[in-house]
Write a protein that binds this ligand. Sequence first.
Ligand code: AMP
Length: 222
Amino acid sequence: MRLVLLGPPGAGKGTQARLFQDKLGLQQIASGDLLRAAVRDRTPTGIDAKRYMDRGALVPDEVVLKLITERLAQTDAQQGFVLDGFPRTRAQAEALNQMLGSGGAIDRVIALMVPDAEVIKRISGRRTCRNCGAMYHMVFDPPRNLNHCNECNGELYQRDDDAEDTVRMRLQVYAAETRPLLEYYESLGALSRIDGIGRPEEVESRILAAIGPINAGVKTCA
Ligand code: AMP
């Protein structure tokens, strides 16, 4: 199965993608994670991308497309995947169609619907593990050990682009560049709009209901 998760920053795309990876065996492919790894490794791509990421702007399409093309070609992506944070522009969506080509299209595009005020509340409390990328919320999902990851004990930090002003910028960019993709995928008959408010398991159930009974069955067997 090939899924795409759309939605503003803080909509819960990463949380849902990880649930789908654990339960359905779909590989989570997050363009933001690929970019942050490039930044951490100080590759030329990462050094270039950081300038855009820090101010909440989109990294140029050709940079993101190169990373995604390489990632989708890896063996573990052949069993199915869930794309998280990609595509974000019409050009990326069209390039994705071309990339998948005869290998089969996207099965479903899930748009997580969350109002801006909720996004700001969620992201301002968000902390990320510097080591493994796990995410926490200081109020709704705090780590057991203050400032350290439950999984690997790595240090938790607030991403530069999770600062409130930058989040407002990211919301504007989402509205201008990415939200139009909802109509694009709707016109292809591939879109399900899902209420993103609620506990992660509630949102997951809504998504499974939208994907259909066959795939919900896979979940039970996994
Ligand atoms: P995310 O972790 O998905 O919120 O992404 C963090 C930042 O990485 C975004 O604010 C962008 O600067 C950049 N980014 C991630 N995915 C993309 C994409 N598909 N196209 C352009 N920029 C991206």
